[in-house]
Write a protein that binds this ligand. Structure first.
Ligand code: NAD
Length: 495
C-alpha cells in the first residue's frame, strides 16, 4: 500500500490535497508504491496564481530591500542542510538515483540558495553616462509571478535553480514538479513554508502544484498572472511552451535536451579519458541532459580505447541507489526503462553492434526494479536515429573520426547544442575545438562538473537563455530606465 503524505500540494499558502486525479509514485528500485499524490485542478492553478500575485505585491515582501530578501534564501539553505539526509533518502526513493548522487544534489541545492543570497547582497545597478542634462540609470523590478516547471531527473537541484533566483528577484513562484517525482519538491516546499512563516512573509510566495503537464503545466503557462516561465524538460515540450508564451508575449527560459559529443583525441591521457567518458554517460544512469552520449575517438586509438571502455563498462556495479557500492542505479520508471530498451532495439535494426549491455540485468535482485545494463554501441553513422535522438539512459554510441574537420562536422551535425567534452593533452587543440563546437558548455579534461557561478544553458534545440551565475537573478526581473532631469530648464519648450 502506498502511503498518502499529509501535504500533497501547496495552493494559495495552504497545504492540502489537490482536487485532481490521484497519482501513485513508485520506488523504481523495487517497483513498490511510495505515495499517492493528487494532482491539483485547473481551478486550483488559477487560485494559486491569484494568491501568488497578491503575495508578490504584498508590502511585507515587495518593500523588502535586496539584502532583506537574501535572509529568506539563507534560511532556506539552512533548513535544507538540517534535513539533508532525509531529503537525499527521499529523492533516492522517488527517482532511484544513487544516494551518493542525491546527497550531492541536496548539497548543491543549499549552495544555490546561499550563492544567490550572496549575489543579491552584492548586486549593483549601473549609472550610465548621461547624454544630456539628466542622470540615467537602470533599475530592476520583480516580474510578479514566475512559473517554474521541472523534469524528473534531478528535482531538488533543478527546483533550487529556479526558486532561488526567482525569489531573489522579488517574485512569487508557482512550481510544478514532474509527475513521476513530486515528493522532494513537496518536501522542499515545506521547508520554504517554514522559512516564510519564521520571517512573517506571505505563504503564497510559493505554490507547489503537482499534476500532469498537459493539464496543470498548461494552465500555469497560460494563466494571465504568470509573467515568466522557466522550464527544464524535453525539447518538444519546450516548443509547445514557447508557442503559449508567444501568445502572451511572455519571456521564458528553456533548458532542454541534448546529445552531447565527448571527444577523445589521440593525444589524450587515456586513463583519464576512460574514466571521464564512463562517468559522463553512465552516472545518473544516463538520465542527464548533459550526458556525453556520443563518443568520438580518433581512428588510430579507436579499437583499443573502445575495447577497454567496454571491458570496464561490463564491470560497473548495477544496483539499488541505497547501496553505497552502486555505480549504475535503476532508471526513474519502468516505462522509461522500456523506452530506453526500445532505443537499443532501434539501434540493432539500424545495424549497430551491441558491444556490451543492451539488456535488462539477470538476477532476482533486478526482477522488480527498472534496471538496464550500461550499453555501448558502435557501427552506426552519425546520421542514424540512435546518434541523433536523445535516449536519456545508460546508452553510449561510439564513432571514429579521421581529422579535426571531420570531427567538427560530425559533432555539430545535431539539432542539439548543450554540452561537449574534450580529452586531449594539447591545449591549443582543446581551445580550437572548444570554440568550433556548438555547445553551451564545453568541458576540457573533465566532464559533468558544475559551478553555480557559471551560467548554464543550451544552443540550438537545447534551449533558450541561461540559468545560474549572477545574471540569473536579472533574468527574473524587469528592467526599467530612469531619467532624472538636472537642468533648471529641462525641456526645449519653455512655458
Ligand atoms: P518533459 O518535457 O516530458 O516534462 C518536463 C516537465 O514539463 C514536467 O513537469 C511535465 O509535466 C511538464 N509538461 C509536459 N507537457 C507540458 C505542457 N504541455 N505544458 C506545460 N508543462 C508540461 O521532460 P521529462 O521527460 O520530464 O524530462 C526529460 C527531459 O528533460 C530530457 O529531454 C532532458 O534532456 C531534459 N532536461 C534538460 C535539462 C537542462 O538543463 N537542459 C536538465 C534536465 C533535463
Amino acid at each position: 500500500m502506498s502511503r498518502t503524505p499529509p501535504d500533497e500540494a501547496l495552493i494559495a499558502g495552504e497545504w492540502r490535497r489537490g482536487a485532481g486525479a490521484p497519482n501513485v509514485t513508485v520506488d523504481p528500485a523495487t517497483g513498490a508504491p511510495l505515495a499517492t499524490v493528487h494532482a491539483v485542478s485547473v481551478e486550483e492553478v488559477a487560485e494559486a496564481a491569484r494568491a501568488a500575485a497578491s503575495a508578490a505585491a504584498d508590502p511585507r515582501w515587495r518593500a523588502l530591500l535586496p539584502h532583506q530578501r537574501a535572509r529568506l534564501l539563507v534560511r532556506i539553505a539552512e533548513l535544507i542542510d538540517a534535513e539533508a539526509e532525509q531529503l537525499a533518502a527521499l529523492q533516492t526513493a522517488d527517482t532511484g538515483k544513487a544516494l551518493t548522487e542525491t546527497r550531492a544534489l541536496v548539497a548543491s541545492a543549499a549552495g544555490t540558495f546561499r550563492y544567490t543570497a550572496a549575489a543579491l547582497e552584492t548586486a549593483e545597478e549601473a549609472l550610465t553616462p548621461a547624454r544630456g542634462a539628466y542622470v540615467t540609470m537602470s533599475v530592476y523590478e520583480p516580474i510578479g509571478v514566475v512559473g517554474a516547471i521541472n523534469p524528473w531527473n534531478s528535482p531538488i537541484a533543478s527546483d533550487a535553480q529556479k526558486l532561488a533566483p526567482a525569489l531573489a528577484g522579488g517574485n512569487a513562484v508557482l512550481l510544478k514538479p514532474a509527475e513521476w517525482t513530486p515528493l522532494v519538491s513537496l518536501a522542499l516546499g515545506r521547508l520554504v513554508t517554514r522559512a516564510l512563516d519564521e520571517l512573517a512573509l506571505p505563504r503564497a510566495l510559493l505554490a507547489v502544484l503537482p499534476g500532469p503537464g498537459r493539464i496543470v503545466g498548461d494552465a500555469l503557462v497560460r494563466d494571465s498572472r504568470v509573467g515568466k516561465v522557466t522550464f527544464t524538460g524535453g525539447t518538444s515540450t519546450g516548443r509547445t511552451l514557447a508557442h503559449a508564451a508567444a501568445e502572451k508575449l511572455m519571456p521564458l527560459s528553456l533548458e532542454l535536451g541534448g546529445k552531447s559529443p565527448t571527444i577523445v583525441r589521440a593525444d589524450a591521457d587515456v586513463e583519464q579519458a576512460l574514466a571521464g567518458v564512463m562517468f559522463g554517460v553512465f552516472s545518473s544512469s544516463g538520465q542527464s541532459c548533459i550526458a556525453g552520449s556520443r563518443l568520438f575517438v580518433a581512428r588510430e586509438l579507436y579499437e583499443d580505447f573502445v575495447g577497454e571502455l567496454v571491458r570496464r563498462t561490463q564491470k560497473l556495479r548495477v544496483g539499488p541507489g541505497t547501496d553505497p557500492a552502486t555505480q549504475v542505479a535503476p532508471l526513474v520508471h519502468h516505462r522509461h526503462r522500456d523506452a530506453v530498451a526500445g532505443y537499443v532495439d532501434l539501434a540493432r535494426s539500424e545495424g549497430a553492434r551491441v558491444l556490451c549491455g543492451g539488456a535488462v540485468p539477470d538476477g532476482p535482485q533486478y526482477a522488480d526494479g527498472a534496471y538496464y545494463l550500461p550499453t555501448v554501441l558502435d557501427g552506426l553513422a552519425n546520421t542514424a536515429r540512435t546518434c541523433q535522438e536523445e535516449i536519456f539512459g545508460p546508452v553510449l554510441v561510439a564513432l571514429p573520426f579521421d581529422d579535426e574537420d571531420d570531427l567538427v562536422a560530425q559533432a555539430n551535425d545535431s539539432v542539439y547544442g548543450l554540452a561537449c567534452g574534450i580529452w586531449t593533452r594539447d591545449h591549443r587543440a582543446a581551445w580550437r575545438l572548444a570554440r568550433r563546437i556548438d555547445a553551451g558548455t564545453v568541458w576540457i579534461n573533465t566532464y559533468k562538473q558544475f559551478s553555480i557561478s557559471t551560467p548554464f544553458g543550451g544552443m540550438k534545440d537545447s534551449g533558450l537563455g541561461r540559468e545560474k551565475g549572477r545574471d540569473g537573478i536579472r533574468a527574473h526581473q524587469r528592467q526599467k530606465a530612469l531619467y532624472w532631469g538636472t537642468a533648471e530648464s529641462p525641456l526645449p519648450w519653455a512655458t
